[in-house]
Unconditional design. Structure first.
Length: 565
């Protein structure tokens, strides 16, 4: 009996186990099928679908949506067509590039032409493409190109002393982003009237120069001159916002040409805590500023000798052609006299962050390289005041310093100046904008200071403030307050100001001693804020000290006088 019960239980258990295995096998199969269907669905998803499903905060940090789409198909076709493109394009490039190089020919050379030009056997590679949001009447795309080519380029160079040198350009490596604009869009084939192209961004350009059968040192400075000439020609002739226009359908496409869009006025005020590049003494800093890195459009400040906290107080004007993409670049160097200057640091600021007609005060932190941010060393800061004035504003933007003078009066001076040199436009603009001399009375109240550094053995200080106007040379000082780190002066000084737009106020705090004085810190300011606000009260951090703040109240009573130019 027990044997029978055992058999029944064994069979029942085995049958139940088989049924359970079948059941769970079906479940696993269904799960695999569902997972396969899900994976297949995900594989069909586009980037746009993924962005609709999840917000950016829900993606892990390693998920990146590239803006550029790959172009393997185009590269494979380009490799096949490259021998024919090389043959057709070489002569075209030679005839079009020679006049450009002639414009930038160094003065040490009498002539320069192409003796030989072929593009070689290695085709460029398109590493990505994207479509840029634009106006309805145009299509803008950007294509990233990489070329490590083997072209055969030989320049026939002649010097003024009659020496002829065949110079080979070799080992070319180039990476850049090209912008192509199809505009205007039309109803007839091929649906656009013209194509514009430009080098939107030059990421890398390397090449070597070699004299065939000779030495580059035959003519001193020859290698650097030709190197700079090639780079300047690329920057000026094809780099955005410069663009080349190819008409497809006959018509007037002058609106696509490069035109000045406005003027950027930059006041280079001061710098602080600059890195010292000299072994003996301090750096001798000067600054160079540009929007386009061309020699005739780069502005240079004066050199301040033996100073890590220089005060320049210089104003420069720059023509802006495309405020949406251009930016102001600043580089600070240590002047080494007869030797090449050493870079202390650089910075830049986009034009599109500036509100037209509004003064923006900026402290820019200097870095070693604007492209690669690996060096985190502190190199100092530079103080700028920026004012962007676009041309052709329907509702005229008033000069923030004088409501009687619209900034767009500049445009009246610049009528029919499309053929003028950019430097002439900048000069005329500067003359027009600077014809307003702001004269008036500036009342400066040195209210108080707080948390000044300890300078005496008693744990206190005997502070006073020297107030000076840099351009006028006027200087006054407050009374000395003994044994305090939080003095309250409430002293007012009136200054007659002849040119408020270009004046600087310097507040220097000292500790009074029986013999001499100890420097505690300073604050430097232009009159921009008080000119705009009329009555200004604020508390300012002192530079050159670990602690200390200065409370000031300034009032401006204007007496504007117009000067004929």
């Amino acid at each position: 009996m027990g044997f029978v019960i055992g058999i029944v239980l064994g069979v029942a258990s085995g049958f139940g186990l088989i049924m359970a295995l079948v059941y769970y096998g079906n479940i696993r199969a269904k799960r695999r099928a569902d997972l396969a269907a899900t994976v297949a669905a995900f594989s069909r998803m586009t980037v746009q679908d993924a962005r609709k499903l999840l917000t950016p905060e829900e993606y892990p940090p390693w998920v990146i949506f590239p803006q550029m789409e790959k172009l393997k198909w185009l590269n494979s076709q380009l490799e096949k067509l490259w021998p024919y493109i090389n043959e057709a394009a070489s002569e075209l490039i030679k005839s079009s590039v020679e006049p450009v190089l002639e414009q930038y020919r160094p003065v040490i050379l009498a002539s320069m032409t192409f003796k030989k030009l072929t593009l070689g056997t290695v085709a460029p590679q398109f590493t990505g493409i994207c479509i840029i949001d634009s106006d309805p009447g145009e299509i803008i795309m950007e294509m990233e190109v990489q070329w490590d080519g083997n072209p055969n380029i030989v320049l026939d160079v002649k010097t003024h002393v009659g020496v002829a040198l065949p110079i080979q350009v070799k080992n070319i490596g180039f990476t850049g982003l090209f912008r192509i604009i199809f505009k205007p869009l039309v109803d007839e084939f091929p649906c656009f009237g013209a194509v514009s192209y430009s080098l939107r961004k030059k990421k890398d350009l390397d090449f070597t120069l070699k004299v065939i059968g000779g030495d580059m040192s035959i003519v001193p400075g020859l290698s650097d001159s030709i190197d700079n000439m090639i780079r300047d020609a690329i920057e000026d002739s094809i780099t955005w916002p410069v663009r080349k226009i190819i008409p497809i359908i006959p018509g007037d496409y002058s609106d696509l040409e490069l035109k000045p869009r406005g003027i950027l006025e930059v006041k280079l005020v001061q710098a602080k805590d600059l890195s010292n590049k000299d072994l003996i003494g301090k750096s001798d800093p000067f600054a160079s500023l540009f929007i386009r890195p061309l020699r005739n459009r780069t502005k240079k400040s004066k050199t301040i000798n033996n100073q890590l906290n220089p005060i320049w107080n210089e104003t420069f004007d720059f023509v802006v052609e495309d405020p949406s993409t251009q930016h102001l670049t600043l580089r600070v160097y240590d002047d080494e006299g007869l030797q090449p200057p050493q870079l202390i640091g650089c910075a830049h600021i986009p034009i599109n962050v500036l509100e037209p007609g509004k003064v923006k005060i900026e402290w820019l932190t200097l870095v070693k390289d604007l492209e690669v941010q690996r060096d985190t060393k502190y190199r100092g800061q530079v103080n700028l005041e920026l004012l962007y004035c676009p041309f052709g504003t329907e509702n005229q933007i008033l000069n923030p310093f004088s409501s009687n003078v619209p900034l767009t009066n500049v445009e009246r001076v610049l009528k029919d100046t499309t053929d003028d040199d950019v430097s002439d436009i900048e000069r005329k603009t500067s003359e027009k904008k600077h014809e307003v001399i702001l004269r008036g009375v500036l009342s400066v109240t040195v209210v108080s200071a707080e948390n000044l550094p300890v300078m005496d053995l008693t744990g206190k200080s005997d502070p006073y403030v020297v107030v000076s106007m840099k351009k006028a040379g006027t200087k006054v000082k407050t009374r000395v307050l003994n044994e305090t780190l939080n003095p309250v002066w409430n002293q007012t000084f009136d200054f007659v100001v002849e040119d408020a737009l270009h004046e600087l106020l310097i507040f220097e705090v000292y500790d009074h001693d029986t013999i001499g004085k100890n420097y505690m810190g300073r604050y430097i300011m232009t009159l921009t804020r008080v000119l705009l606000e009329g009555d200004l009260y604020d508390v300012f951090d002192l530079d050159g000290t670990k602690s200390g703040r200065l409370a000031l109240n300034l009032k401006w009573t204007p007496q504007p006088i117009m000067r004929d130019v």
